[in-house]
Design a protein around this ligand. Structure first.
Ligand code: PGA
Length: 261
C-alpha cells in the first residue's frame, strides 16, 4: 500500500457467506476494474474464513484483503481465537480493530486494542483502529474526551514508523448503519481534532504518517464531499461495500485514475 494514496476499505461484517455471492462479487469487481488499481489503496475485509480465497483472487489486481478482528494472543490455549501470525499466513495485510460493534457487543476495550496493535505490528499487518462517540456523548459535548481517551489508551507504547504504520478510522456510532452519515464539516472538524491529538502523542511529523479515514453510512452520493475534506484520507464502508458496483464507484471517486476505462 502506498501511504500517499487514499484508502478505501469495505467491511463485509458477518456477510458474504455463500460461494455464489463471493464469486459474483469478485467477478463484478474485477470486471469493473479491468486493470490493476492505481493511485488508491482498496481493501476488502471479509470474515476470516474467506481471507485466503479472496486474497488469492484479488491481490494479483493490487487489491488488499484484511480481517475484522485479531486475537490479543499469539499462540496457546485460547479457544476460538485467530492470531496475527495466522492472519498473515492467509494473505491478510490489514486488520480492523476496536470497531464499535466489537466494543459494544464483545466488550473490546482500549487495552485490547493496544495489545492487538502490538500483535499486528509484529506481523507487518496494518492496524485500522476504530474510534467514535455515541449520539448521547456527542449531544453532551463529550466527543473530544471520548476520542482522546480511546486514542491515548489504545496507543500506549505503540511506535508509529513507516514499518509499523497505523490508520485511524473515525466512526461515529450514530452514523453506522443508520443511513445518516456525519456531514463533511462534522467529519472534517473531528478528523482535525484527531490529527491534533496524534501530534500531541507523537509530534507533528509522525502524526502525518497516520491516515485518518471516515466510516458511517458512506455511499455513492456522500463519498465525494467527504473525500474532498483536508483531513479525510479514505473511507471505511459497511453496507454499501457489499455491492461491488457501488463499492467500485466510490473507489473511482477516490481517484479519477482508478479502474473503469
Ligand atoms: P455502514 O458501516 O457503512 O454500514 O454504516 C460502517 C462500518 O461499520 O464500518
Amino acid at each position: 500500500m502506498n501511504n500517499n494514496y487514499p484508502l478505501i476499505i469495505g467491511n463485509w461484517k458477518l456477510n458474504g457467506d455463500t460461494k455464489e455471492f463471493r464469486s459474483a462479487y469478485v467477478q463484478g469487481l474485477l470486471e469493473l476494474l479491468k486493470k490493476p488499481v492505481e493511485k488508491v489503496n482498496v481493501a476488502i475485509c471479509p470474515a476470516n474464513v474467506h481471507i485466503y480465497e479472496l486474497s488469492k483472487k484479488l491481490s494479483p489486481f493490487g487489491l488488499n484483503v484484511g480481517s475484522q478482528n485479531v486475537s490479543t494472543f499469539d499462540t496457546g490455549a485460547y479457544t476460538g481465537e485467530i492470531s496475527a501470525t495466522m492472519l498473515k499466513e492467509l494473505g491478510c495485510n490489514l486488520c480492523i480493530i476496536g470497531h464499535s460493534e466489537r466494543r459494544e457487543i464483545f466488550n473490546e476495550t482500549n487495552v485490547d486494542c493496544n495489545n492487538k496493535i502490538k500483535r499486528l505490528h509484529e506481523q507487518n499487518i496494518l492496524p485500522i483502529l476504530c474510534i467514535g462517540e455515541s449520539q448521547n456523548e456527542r449531544e453532551n459535548n463529550a466527543t473530544h474526551n471520548v476520542l482522546s481517551k480511546q486514542l491515548s489508551e489504545s496507543l500506549v507504547d505503540i511506535k508509529i514508523t513507516a514499518e509499523t504504520p497505523l490508520t485511524v478510522a473515525y466512526e461515529p456510532i450514530w452514523a453506522i448503519g443508520s443511513g445518516e452519515s456525519a456531514s463533511p464539516k462534522i467529519a472534517q472538524d473531528t478528523h482535525l481534532f484527531i490529527r491534533e491529538q496524534l501530534s500531541v502523542l507523537y509530534g507533528n511529523d509522525t502524526s502525518k504518517l497516520v491516515k485518518i479515514i471516515y466510516g458511517g453510512s458512506v455511499n455513492e452520493n456522500n463519498a465525494k464531499n467527504l473525500l474532498a475534506q483536508n483531513d479525510i484520507d479514505g473511507l471505511l464502508i459497511g453496507g454499501v461495500s457489499l455491492d461491488p458496483v457501488q463499492f467500485n464507484t466510490i473507489c473511482n471517486i477516490a481517484t479519477p485514475t482508478f479502474s473503469v476505462i
